[in-house]
Design a protein around this ligand. Structure first.
Ligand SMILES: Nc1nc2c(c(=O)[nH]1)N[C@H]1C(S)=C(S)[C@@H](COP(=O)(O)OP(=O)(O)OC[C@H]3O[C@@H](n4cnc5c(=O)[nH]c(N)nc54)[C@H](O)[C@@H]3O)O[C@H]1N2
Ligand SMILES: Nc1nc2c(c(=O)[nH]1)N[C@H]1C(S)=C(S)[C@@H](COP(=O)(O)OP(=O)(O)OC[C@H]3O[C@@H](n4cnc5c(=O)[nH]c(N)nc54)[C@H](O)[C@@H]3O)O[C@H]1N2
Ligand code: SF4
Ligand SMILES: [Mo]
Length: 744
């Protein structure tokens, strides 16, 4: 079956994955999407278009224009000048208006006069908030040295504070969710194999085959990336999707491999061994650019089709079919590197296998392959690096995880804080991250927080982490502030190559009578002054910071405004850059790890349990959009997917109210509804991340749906990178007071 889809049809099927599937059982099991009507936005007559905005409902940062009337934003649209997202925004991007005007948003600095976790808030002035933050943080640095502080940042506005605390104050304990709970193991594995981080740089519009392993594009929505994918399908690319679940992408696949979770590396090794044995790999590319190929072939020769079929619980002939389809269309194949790669704690090996497969097929620097475009150069505006003697801290990290992504593994920070060894961590700064819902083992995170002398949280919404702050700082949101520039290249290289530069500028005034929100540059500068670091301040304001970055590209905010918010310039031909492929990596061997990609088995579900797996919904961003009323109305609770045969044996029905309890007896604090479907393996239970806030101040989101993270109490730390595998947790179903075993 060749898939040809119009954009509308694709987006329909993206939100309702099984709609187009010729499987009677599947179609029966699907629940129609329930749409509740919401108030029509009214007329846009009399609005003024403001260009130059950049979305941050997720981190793809699409370029916006806003329709503004009487100083109020009434609608967001894609900037038609964009050569990235174009005039399109996703549902979440559109709903940014509702974040801006969410009545639950943080408005004033607040002090917790109750307990951490059970706060009683008292409104305080910025003066008081900053004085207290500065003196408490300074006291910790004086007593415990800079490594006595830890920062958990995420997002554009967190860069400035992160650099301040790392470069100037000197703490090495900095853990970004985007690395340690997301893409860290992918990027490091690609660096160790191809010498460059992966990005999601595959030329899907020009591919003959698109190969995706647990990447559920369509539910995972990044507008320009989705457009690339769609263009590839429209151009006739064949699609291979490896996923234990019938995802939005599996619904469009020519081959859907319903793999047993955690076994993907065995699958990839068997494909590569078959290609080598059958001499179906790109010998010329391997000869010219491969290193350690001999050892590699020996190291994977045990990986027969039957061996992998047995481990992965799929037919051997399907593995052969996949390998043949890749070889027959090489080198014009997109081996998608994935994005969220923290799965089971054997993730570095899987990502390295993906990179080796890319090299084996010669799918590098060619149409349809792994192609890294050159981004335009811009200037820098960062805190200067001030020398700090924290070698012992760094040594601790280097010894434990030699292939760690930038920053410090979250678990290492928690462990260090809880044991006080090799040093005490007594101050915590959280900026744009919600560790209670995004770091495995939330109870351990709470313990770490409890032993802190001081906790400051800067956020826009009262999400769960804010309940643990001593001082809570309200930041202006992405529609009210200047911050970092967005740069990139055109996504579809069938056009003349182009690059773009845009900057985030406010769509509406950041000040209003009903609140006192400030941007991160202002907040951090005020802190820096009070902590005695004034001389290092790199920019007086967020606006000045943006001007400095733009000046590096001979641009200015005025110039950008004159160019409708986006500067476009000729790009560099992205094809032709080839990368060496390290099939047998010496550095890994020297550090005591296998040089050749290796399958490491992961724990199996105990009898009566299924593996808990989670992913994205098109209408939510991580957990940050839970309280957004438009998005909430699209999907008020997260359906819990269960196999239809399992459901029928347990007497469960679609729409049943259920809960989950995990292997350690931890039950989710709030319940959700069951989705009975043939589109999931019997040994897996799946739900979407980003529900079930416990903060009563989130009037839309509190208690709505089930929080996947509450059940992720067992973490699997990737031995090479220190990133956090989160899918080695196992659950049973709770209906009423009865706990139901999952039949084997
Ligand atoms: N709408 C929306 N889009 C987003 C985001 C968002 O919050 N909302 N977040 C963005 C971010 S930061 C990220 S990192 C990405 C995340 O999106 P992706 O990187 O695409 O996906 P994951 O969340 O890792 O994976 C979910 C898929 O993996 C499958 N899966 C689970 N276990 C296994 C396994 O062992 N093997 C295989 N082969 N598949 C498995 C699941 O069934 C599911 O379909 O999405 C991005 N896009
Ligand atoms: N259980 C589980 N854990 C996960 C994942 C999962 O699927 N399941 N996914 C992982 C992945 S791929 C990722 S990328 C991470 C994401 O992890 P996080 O970064 O923790 O998640 P977000 O939902 O982006 O929200 C973080 C916080 O930022 C706040 N925020 C939003 N905008 C702003 C702003 O402008 N300024 C400030 N100061 N704060 C703001 C939000 O209100 C929220 O409290 O989670 C990872 N952890
Ligand atoms: S993909 Fe959607 S949420 Fe993410 S930046 Fe683009 S419009 Fe915003
Ligand atoms: Mo992510």
């Amino acid at each position: 079956m060749t898939v040809k889809l119009t954009r509308r049809k694709f987006l329909q099927s993206a939100t309702c994955a099984a709609a187009a599937v010729p499987m009677a059982r599947m179609a029966q099991a699907e629940q129609p999407f329930v749409r509740q009507p919401y108030a029509a936005p009214g007329s846009f007559a009399g609005t003024k278009s403001v260009c130059g905005g950049v979305c941050e409902m997720c981190f793809w940062r699409c370029q916006l224009i806003g329709k503004v009337r009487d100083g109020k934003l009434v609608k967001l649209e894609g900037n038609p000048k964009s050569i990235d997202n174009g005039a399109s925004l996703c549902a979440r991007g559109n709903a940014g208006v509702k974040l801006l005007y969410d009545p639950d948003r943080l408005k004033y600095p607040m002090k917790n006069i109750g307990k951490r976790g059970a706060p009683v808030w008292k409104r305080i002035s910025w003066q008081e908030a900053l004085d207290e933050c500065a003196s408490r943080l300074k006291a910790i640095v004086d007593k415990y040295e800079p490594q006595g502080l830890a920062i958990f940042p995420h997002g554009a506005s967190a860069k400035y504070p992160m650099n301040f605390f790392e470069h100037v104050v000197g703490t090495p304990n900095n853990s970004e969710a985007s690395f340690f709970q997301c893409r860290g193991s992918r990027d490091v594995a690609y660096i160790q194999t191809l010498g460059t981080p992966a990005g999601e740089e595959v030329d899907m519009p020009n591919a003959k085959v698109i190969f995706m392993l647990g990447t559920h594009l369509g539910e995972n929505v990044h507008v320009s990336h989705l457009k690339k994918y769609l263009k590839g399908l429209e151009n006739g690319a064949k699609l291979i999707v490896v996923d234990p679940r019938f995802s939005a992408s599996a619904a469009k696949a020519d081959i859907w491999v319903q793999i047993k979770p955690g076994t993907d590396t065995a699958f990839l090794l068997a494909i590569m061994n078959y290609l080598v044995q059958q001499k179906k790999y790109d010998m010329e590319y391997v000869e010219d650019f491969g290193y350690g190929f001999e050892e590699f072939t020996v190291g994977i020769e045990h990986a027969s089709l039957e061996w992998a079929a047995n481990i992965c619980d799929i037919p051997a002939k399907q593995i052969k079919e996949v390998a043949d389809m890749l070889a027959d269309n090489a080198p014009n194949v997109s081996i998608h590197p994935g994005r969220h790669s923290s799965w089971n704690g054997n993730d570095f090996q899987r990502e390295r296998s993906l990179a080796c497969l890319t090299g084996l097929l010669g799918a590098i620097g060619v149409k349809g392959g792994f192609v890294k475009p050159k981004n335009p150069k811009v200037g820098r505006c960062s805190w200067p690096k001030v020398a700090h003697p924290h070698e012992h801290a760094l040594q601790h990290l280097a010894e434990k995880y030699p292939f760690s992504p930038p920053g410090t593994p979250t678990d290492l920070i928690r462990e260090t804080a809880l044991t006080g060894k090799p040093y005490a961590i007594k101050g915590l700064i959280v900026w744009g991250q919600n560790p209670i819902q995004t770091i495995p083992d939330p109870a351990l995170t709470v313990k770490m927080i409890e032993q802190m002398d001081f906790v400051v949280v800067c956020d826009v919404m009262p999400t769960d982490i804010t309940m643990y702050a001593d001082i809570l700082l309200p930041e202006s949101c992405y529609l009210e502030r200047y911050d970092y520039v967005k740069k990139g290249t055109q996504w579809d290289y069938s056009q003349p190559h182009q690059q773009y530069i845009s900057a985030r500028v406010p769509m509406v005034s950041p000040t209003a009578a009903d609140h006192e929100r400030k941007d991160s540059v202002w907040i951090v500068n005020e802190l820096a002054r009070r902590m005695g670091y004034e001389e290092h301040i790199p920019a007086k304001s967020a606006e000045e910071m943006v001007e400095t970055i733009l000046a590096g590209a001979d641009l200015s905010l005025a110039q950008l405004a004159a160019e409708e918010g986006i500067h476009i310039q000729p790009g560099v031909d992205p094809y032709g850059t080839q990368y060496d492929v390290d099939f047998n990596n010496r550095k890994l061997i020297d550090a005591g790890f296998p040089g050749v990609p290796t399958y490491i088995p992961v724990p199996e579900p105990p009898k009566g349990f299924a593996r808990l797996v989670y992913g994205r919904l098109p209408v939510h961003s991580f957990n940050r959009s839970q309280n957004n009323v438009w998005l909430h109305q699209e999907m008020p609770r997260n359906p819990i997917w269960i196999n239809d045969e399992v459901a029928s044996r347990l007497g469960l029905n679609d729409g049943d109210e259920i809960n989950l309890v995990n292997q350690s007896g931890v039950k989710s604090p709030s319940s959700s509804i069951l989705k009975v479907t043939a589109g999931i393996r019997k040994d897996v239970i799946y739900t979407a991340h980003g529900y079930g806030s416990k903060n009563p101040q989130m009037h839309v989101a509190a208690g709505a749906g089930l929080d996947d993270n509450s059940l992720i109490t067992q973490r699997a730390v990737d031995p090479e990178t220190g990133t956090h595998g989160m899918r080695n947790n196992f659950v049973r179903i709770v209906k009423g007071d009865t706990v139901l075993d999952i039949p084997g």
